[in-house]
Design a protein around this ligand. Structure first.
Ligand code: RIB
Ligand code: CA
Length: 316
């Protein structure tokens, strides 16, 4: 079992990822930290608390993080996640857990020191908090067991620009700092997340369920299916959480990853140089069936959805 801190910009797929993380015996969720991304950081913090409380995880603390990227203005993705960032979900938890006074980067540093050598950081939003935490504690790459980052588009198009994935595009300077810091990292990019999907038919099979996982999935997908009218959406963040528990779910190559911050048209592009001695693994293949099995068994979700002919765009 790994102690994990999960950094989120809750968001619809972040919510499902949190539900999965709580249900995976391989992971012990020590804290959840929030960052501006899909929505502003206050909304992300409120959403995160609601989702954890929905699953009864009131003892898992939430820490509020960066309200904007290091250098860039914050650009949200509400068009995909709905005005509230949770797809318009109607979730009323019984009790509510704490939101810490301590800021997210400090929580990351304290957890890394307390669980030296074993803490796994799961990054599901822009990497702003981790970049700040590195400034506070430059030894982080040695202290943590490793990172699992939902981010990047390596051999596939991006979902914000033709080159860049949303988390990396949102704060390319933070992603650059993290990529160059020497962390043991599994980069779970669009190359492997776009093909694991939740579709309308799978949602309809969950209608009427009173189990927390299916209820959450049914509720948070209101915006996508009822307002946007899409046929399916990718489970980006749940794939990354599944990999944090089971790194064998992906295959790829060890590489040095670089994040471009300029020129503007290449902002957030992730490039990599294969090297067997590199500390990072760039995922290129995923055992989707095994991920769906985890989602079914642990969260009660059905599988579903065909990869669209063109990736969903978070076009600014
Ligand atoms: O590009 C997909 C990523 O951006 C996911 O983490 C999603 O929640 C958004 O943050
Ligand atoms: Ca996210």
């Amino acid at each position: 079992m790994f102690p994990v801190v999960i950094d989120v910009d809750t968001g619809v797929d972040d919510a499902l990822a949190l539900g999965l993380a709580l249900a995976l015996p391989e992971l012990s969720v020590i804290a959840v930290t929030t960052v501006a991304g899909n929505v502003d950081v206050d909304q992300a913090t409120q959403n995160t608390r609601r989702v954890l409380d929905w699953f009864g995880a009131v003892s898992v603390p939430v820490a509020r993080g960066a309200s904007q990227p290091l250098l860039r203005p914050h650009r949200d993705a509400r068009e995909f996640h709905g005005p509230d960032g949770l797809g318009g979900a109607m979730l009323v938890p019984q009790r509510s857990g704490p939101i810490l006074d301590t800021a997210a980067p400090e929580v990351i540093v304290r957890a890394a020191r307390r669980y030296a050598g074993s803490l796994r950081l799961v990054c599901l939003g822009p990497l702003t908090n981790l970049a700040i935490a590195l400034r506070l504690e430059p030894r982080l790459p040695e202290l943590v067991e490793g990172l699992v980052i939902m981010g990047g588009a390596f051999a596939v198009p991006g979902n914000v620009t033709p080159f860049a994935e949303f988390n990396v595009w949102s704060d390319p300077e933070a992603a650059h700092i993290v990529a160059e810091a020497g962390f043991r990292t599994i980069w779970v990019g669009l190359d492997v997340t776009t093909g694991v999907r939740f579709d309308r038919a799978a949602r309809e099979r969950l209608a009427g369920s009173d189990r927390p996982g299916p209820r959450l999935a049914y509720e948070v997908s209101r915006w996508a299916f009822d307002e946007r009218g899409v046929d399916s959406f990718a489970l980006h963040d749940p794939v990354a959480v599944a990999v944090a528990a089971r790194p064998d779910l992906v295959t790829g190559e060890r590489a040095f990853v670089h994040v471009l911050t300029s020129p503007s048209e290449l902002r957030g592009r992730t490039v990599w140089r294969a090297d067997a001695g590199a500390p990072a693994l760039v995922a290129q293949g995923v055992n989707a069936e095994a991920v769906y099995k985890l989602l079914r068994e642990r969260l009660g979700l059905e599988e579903g959805g065909k990869e669209p002919t063109r990736p969903e765009s978070h076009a600014p």
